[in-house]
Design a protein around this ligand. Sequence first.
Ligand code: M6R
Length: 608
Amino acid sequence: MCGIVGYIGERQAQQVLLRGLEKLEYRGYDSAGIAVFDGGAIRVKKRLGRLVNLEETLNGHGLAGTVGIGHTRWATHGRPSDVNAHPHGDCSGRFAVVHNGIIENYLKLREELQAAGHRFRSETDTEVVAHLIESLYDGNLLRTVLRAVSTLRGAFALVVMSADEPGRLVAVRKHSPLVIGLGDGENFIASDIPALLSYTRRVYVLEEGEAADVTADRVICCRLDGTPVEKDVLRITWDVRAAEKGGYDHFMLKEIYEQPKAVADTLTGRLSDDNRAVLPELGWDAEQALKVDRIHIVACGTAYHAGMVGRQILEKLTRIPVEVEVASEYRYRDPIYTDHTLVVVISQSGETADTLAALREAKARGAQVMAITNVVGSSVAREADHVVITWAGPEIAVASTKAYTTQLVVLYLFACYLAQLRGTAEPTVIDEVLAGLRDLPDAVSQVLDTAPAMKAFAQKFAWKESAFFIGRGLDYVAALEGALKLKEISYIHAEAYAAGELKHGTLALITEGVPVIALATQDHLYEKTVSNMKEIKARDAHVLALTWAGDEEMASVADEVLYLPRISSWLAPAVVAVPLQLLAYYAAMERGNDVDKPRNLAKSVTVE
Ligand code: M6R
């Protein structure tokens, strides 16, 4: 999962490419590079490390020219290094290629090309493409790239430039996203829309198996077999500042603070005055809703945790059996489908390779697929039968925050929507969930006030080796998400346990001073959780409890208590998430980590 940009027009390409790469660094950031045609030849500069290293290298030694390609990398084949950074070239230096994804048959192709005399410089799969194009070139870059692509296996996006045809860039999408930005006398290519927003709001989203032949004056799209394709222009309505930091130190903090609005936006138009959940994009009737006899929820990481919350709500309200599974397992498990299984895939980016593969597997097996995603026009959105968008706005930080809370909102809405159509739930339960949803933007706003307390707690425990999160029921799922967030950005070893499970092994790790974050928001499980906390306190751990405002008992049980604005227990995961995100954020800050770009990770995981 890397970031790709391309530019062709009248501006100096270097500036456009660097600016675009800045916006794409969330996709990968172990090295970066650009290639620019200077009127005579293709010049390439690339550097190990963050984009800033490349910018320093270019300072005073910039590349002049008005056509170029750029790349920010997240290594898959070949360690991060100057030489493995993209763009990659052929033997003659006439072609340059940037690539996102994996070429699965690169070893065989590399051997064949080496046997034919091609000299390789890097350890990457990408370099194969440059040499392959060199070996096949017939004077027409588009035709040659399409021929080359027909011999490649895997999931990838490519942009190719040639010194022989410098007025042209060729872009190919095979399972990896690419958008073409449409300008006036100039055009742009990028892996994601934020890279284009400073220049244009009109884009073509390349579909699966499409290519684009891009010059300064026109963009022609075709299928990989060369068949022409007519594209619709997508107009982007995002505010440019929404994709920038807007005064916050980090995107993650900004995105945490955007949650009241993101939640409110996701609810807009979806709660009717007569207290019904409305999802016009589904437009189902009772017959359709009653047919569904099984639900599979499939997602990765944080989106999977949202799915775990969804399971509990859906089962409670609809009485449909729900399975939830990580996509990387689901896609290979040969799941059992009934004739009316509904598969719900959840993905912020809509481009996660495993989730997309699971969606395709489900469709191939005849299941109906509904996608919950944050990106209109993403692969998941385009391929699913039904789509419900989370209106969180662009999420840039690698750690998912507002995408998670808005995924929860959609799942609550969907559960109420199905239950109301099926007539399966007690109206009082539905009313409680819907009332909770109405209260949610305010509750999320109020819980942001816990930031100083979470900062103080984080500063105290940031150098501990490990931390534990416990809870029961929905609190257990919230604990899983809290632990993931902490691991991901603070690098503190964190584990989440169902509170009742501790004494089956893990209690052995609870010793003096070990931080334990205990969640106690589930009213019907409160006493049980308190008992588990007492077992932990008896081993001298340091317990921070998160409970509702008004809880008078907790202060005598835990070492520290964080009080949450009271809302229905059903909605607790969406409220609890916020202080746990803040805890992870401040622990990472205390340890001096790069919060928005944690080590070894990338925002959008478009490889398996
Ligand atoms: O874009 P997606 O929602 O499909 O991404 C899924 C996971 O990669 C993502 O939620 C990941 O776990 C986050 N970095 C966690 O904060």
